[in-house]
Design a binder for this molecule. Sequence first.
Ligand code: NAD
Ligand code: DAU
Length: 335
Amino acid sequence: MKLLVTGGAGFIGANFVIYWLNKYPKDEIINLDALTYAGNLENLKSVEENKNHKFVKGDILDSELVDKLVKEVDLIVHFAAESHVDRSILEPAAFLKTNILGTQVLLGAAVKYKKRFHHISTDEVFGSLDLDEVIRFNEKTCYDPHSPYSASKASSDHLVRAYADTYGLEITISNCSNNYGPFQFPEKLFPLFITNLIEGKKVPVYGDGKNIRDWLYVEDHCEAIDVIVKKGKIGETYCVGGEEEKNNMTITKTILKKMGKGDDSIEYVKDRPGHDLRYAIDISRIKDELGWEPKISFEEGVDNTIAWYKENELWWKNIKSGEYKDYYEDQYEKR
Ligand code: NAD
Ligand code: DAU
């Protein structure tokens, strides 16, 4: 099988490319990535020499390039996106361009060449639950996005379904919860906190730290996508998560403890505007219908992640001290 993976130099995309070539060594992957601030060829070092991996630097908005690549493959797995909520609050335009218009360019080519399309999406499209609610998001939950990021992802999900209904495109969608693990850009909670602590800095907790997310180790997400692509029902959506709901204080204290630091390393900073309170995801459907469930426990996942950032200091130090240095300076207002 030949795949077009978009965004395969980013966090989840790179983990997926490595996972797939390891599991299906005869398959070929064309990896289309614009190498925005979040894309990094260092993430793909382990498949650099692999003849079945071809990296193409390019934008999913480039319809000529996309047309040429989609024609060559059997399946498109679409990760490419602007993915960070805080950046979407500061500069929404890039999110609308890549996440909505870029997805539309890919869908157009997929329809033209009748190619199977798997769309990677997020649980954030479902909005925010109250902290004390017992319900969780599932495939029937109505969309209610709040940030420019989640609104752009919701829009792309709707487009994918519209192309299935209107043009008969063979699609599947996965809506996944928060991922953590190797190669995550050090702007998100886990990598930012771990690398700050290695550097002897404090960790910025937004608001009161009571917001809840569901956490999934990235390799488990890659396996869920594999299962959906191979066994999922065409036209359907699958919710994916780790069944590990934790509030941000619990995550922070877990990381602090495992890294031998105390509460004096916490800095409470101004809350994220429109900060969603709680995401929780019901994975019954993918469990019951496709037999997938997470394999890596939270404890193991956190240990692996801390170990990876300790062993790969050059990877994140280059990011934090280089071109994106300004992002790490003076960005937080104390509460
Ligand atoms: P990321 O920001 O680490 O990587 C995104 C990649 O897309 C980068 O390599 C970037 O260069 C590339 N890209 C961006 N714009 C592009 C464009 N116009 N053309 C080509 N490439 C472009 O993101 P991630 O965390 O790996 O997320 C990947 C996907 O998974 C996204 O669609 C995101 O919405 C979704 N998702 C992420 C999470 C999470 O916790 N990180 C959870 C659920 C869903
Ligand atoms: O739920 C899936 C989503 O998870 C993905 O679709 C997004 O691409 C991904 O970025 C992630 O979004 P979040 O906003 O939940 O992730 P982030 O790591 O930015 O924040 C996690 C929680 O931690 C959130 O409640 C905000 C809080 N936080 C985050 C940062 C970066 C802090 O308290 N301090 C911080 O410095």
